[in-house]
Design a protein around this ligand. Structure first.
Ligand code: ADP
Ligand code: MG
Length: 451
């Protein structure tokens, strides 16, 4: 611990770098004058050796008074590090603005909220985070280009901005530019047409003179030949002068079908990392972080409710929290699980992501009417059961498209004329504008397929 703390202070290592690279290091063994240190991931072994190996060696010598060699090995199956507790967003933003001029951030097109300090690291994104940090610490030196891919709302843009901020903080004179590939394309078109007083020379000046170019959502230039061509030249110009390029996309290079081969191979020259959907722990950590940043004070049960029900993407997760807070302020109500259910009823369905099958229809209809699936499939003839059973027939046909005979099988071996009769009965009631039935069908359909 003393060695690590010493290293951090003597060499002014930032908190995020310290937590990512140094804190996880452990002494594996000491043999003669060789100290062997374990590193959690094989992916970054080379980077850590190169970036911190020498610093570690001299710090060990300083602290212990013994000369040594430092060697690194990979630790097997390391348990996930606990997510570090972060500072509040606003102080971080202010800190960032104190040292880096506002205008540098604006010129680079960076969102002040998207920094490493506001980014929660979890199992779904730790490689992408580590790679981004490595690039931010050593732009143009190791992983060039850095290619980050993953689904919508998982943090790609956030990471790219974080890299930009980090580089500017270390080197306020660095020329950093973040741009979406859409903007790149539009500006290229303007330049070709000499529109908005933007000439092809100015276009090149703007894009080929950067120390760091971050180009987001590259999938949007795919298929546009002249843009790919121009991007190819921009890429080469930057790459040849050892400038850092960071690219994001929804897919890895090899799966982007209409990507020109020469671009594809260039994208694969550096390091490609992905971001996956967040697991439950990461969703909880992100919600807590957001709560802290915004100064909310929300019951743990409510946070759990959101983290349990919203799984696919982080933008939705944040949106859910905002929506709950907004509803509570609007109605002047305390934030409770009930309020959360009310606020999120359109987004959350208990059957989210389930495939709609006849069994699911039977289950959902039974739940709705407070009877059991067995009742529905039984031979019982009382109205309380016959009607829900007919609704099952109708929904299986309308939503799932189940063949009549199959519906009969699912419903305890009824023949297809019974099924036709049931479906006709429901259709007739809809035709009569039975509002009760129409509402019920609406709710059931939402429960079955939330989108
Ligand atoms: P993408 O570019 O992959 O579509 P974004 O970077 O725009 O996703 O992220 C969507 C939202 O989720 C942003 O508000 C971002 O700050 C937030 N977000 C994503 N990942 C994280 C994370 N790991 N920690 C904190 N916030 C995150
Ligand atoms: Mg994005």
């Amino acid at each position: 611990d003393e060695i690590l703390l010493n290293l951090k202070e003597e060499h002014e290592i930032t908190d995020v770098s310290f937590k990512t690279w140094l804190l996880p290091l452990k002494v594996h063994s000491i043999n003669g004058d060789t100290v062997t240190v374990t590193v959690p991931d094989v992916e970054f072994l080379g980077y850590i050796r190169k970036k911190y190996g020498f610093l570690l060696k001299i710090t060990i010598e300083e602290v212990t008074g013994f000369e040594c060699n430092v060697d690194f090995v990979v630790e097997n199956q390391v348990p996930q590090e606990e997510v570090p507790k972060a500072q509040t967003g606003n102080t971080l933003i202010n800190n960032a603005l104190n040292t880096v001029s506002q205008s540098a951030i604006i010129n680079a097109n960076l969102n002040p909220k998207y920094t490493f300090d506001t980014f929660v690291v979890g199992a779904n994104n730790n490689l992408a985070h580590a790679a981004s940090l490595a690039v931010a610490e050593s732009p143009g030196e190791i992983y060039n280009p850095l290619f980050i891919y993953g689904g919508v709302g998982l943090g790609k843009t956030h990471l790219m901005h974080s890299i930009g901020h980090f580089i500017l903080k270390n080197n306020p004179n660095a020329k950093v530019l973040y741009v979406t590939s859409e903007k790149f394309t539009n500006e290229l078109i303007d330049a070709i047409r000499n529109k908005n007083n933007f000439s092809p020379t100015e276009f090149r000046d703007k894009y080929r003179t950067n120390d760091v170019l971050l180009i987001d959502d590259i999938q949007f230039i795919i298929g546009k030949e002249s843009t790919q061509e121009e991007f190819f030249h921009t890429f080469n110009a930057l790459y040849e002068s050892k400038k850092q390029i960071i690219i994001s996309s929804d897919k890895p290079p090899k799966e982007i079908e209409t990507l020109e081969e020469r671009l594809r191979s260039r994208f694969e020259w550096g390091l490609t990392v992905d971001i996956q959907s967040p697991d439950y722990e990461t969703r909880m950590a992100i919600l807590r972080k957001k709560e802290e940043m915004e100064g909310y004070n929300i019951d743990n049960e409510v946070i759990k409710y959101i983290a349990t029900n919203i799984k696919s993407n982080i933008r939705e997760l944040e949106g859910a929290l905002t929506k709950i807070v907004a509803l509570s302020r609007l109605d002047n109500k305390e934030i409770t699980v009930e309020l959360a259910e009310e606020a999120l009823k359109d987004i959350i369905s208990p059957n989210d992501k389930r495939e709609v099958t006849p069994e699911l229809v039977i289950q959902v209809v039974a739940d709705h009417y407070g009877i059991t699936p067995l009742d529905i499939c039984s031979q019982k003839r009382n109205k309380e059961i016959v009607y829900p059973r007919q609704i099952v027939m109708y929904l299986c046909r309308e939503i799932v498209g189940t063949p009549l005979q199959m519906i009969g099988k699912y419903l305890g071996g009824r023949d297809h004329t019974t099924i036709i009769h049931g479906i006709e009965k429901i259709k007739a009631d809809i035709g009569k504008n039975d509002s009760n039935l129409i509402n019920t069908l609406d709710i059931l359909k939402k429960k079955l397929s939330p989108q």
